[in-house]
Ligand binder design. Sequence first.
Ligand SMILES: O=C(O)CCC(=O)C(=O)O
Length: 265
Amino acid sequence: MALTQEQKSHFEARGYLPYHRVLSDGELQALRQRSEEIARGQADHVPPRYVQLEAAFREEEDAEVDRLDQVRKMTHLCYFDPLFEAVARKAEIVDVIEDLLGPNIKLYCDQLMMKARYHGTVTDWHQDSVAWPQFAPQDHVSCWVALDDATVENGCMTVLPGSHKWGPINPAHKARFLENSLIPEPEPVELPAGSCLFHHGLNFHRTGANPTPNRRRGLALHYLRSETMYLGAGSEEQRLMTECEKPRGEFRFMLIRGREFDGRV
Ligand SMILES: O=C(O)CCC(=O)C(=O)O
């Protein structure tokens, strides 16, 4: 067991758990540098379609703004880049995932959220698992690893304690759900670079804008049990995932620990 009983109870009751440092200074430096190379288009091992700009720059890039400050997120880096894959496989992280999901673990996908200085925009309240209805059961666990200090000012994660217990909320009813008086106070989770936050796939969370001169990068790693049923591609994201897997032959998500099961993810 990586987690104490107190930490496990915290996760079960509140749907999230701030956790200690999992990356060294050297690892952080290497990951930041690699993220910059990829964002600047200097790394041809990551297809450019996995690099998404902030909406303000999607029609046309702004020659006056550093390219790094125009990128919103980079997806599936763990499938293409060994430095990022090593984070997804880190024992300190996977031991916790095993405590929460059991011994057979796969990585579904990962997103490096760049939250650019000055230009990073809000990610609104959402439950990750609701965006991924192609899986059953919907019990993902995510680990959000801070690559820079994440603060209220630069758009750290804010969670809604206990919201995972309400089940999947239809996005059409989200606003009414969030306005309900039974909803607890949102809790900002500030994290020093190198530490991380685990959260349940049904836990509501959001991040604010980043008007500061400091970058706030965070690597979101989304894990699921190998026993999970996969009900088929549907979304654009899923289609892109399938493309990621093609070089590896048969379509399977990345096995992180334990074993795979026939007919499952
Ligand atoms: O890092 C962010 O800005 C958003 C992260 C997020 O919403 C997620 O990991 O699901």
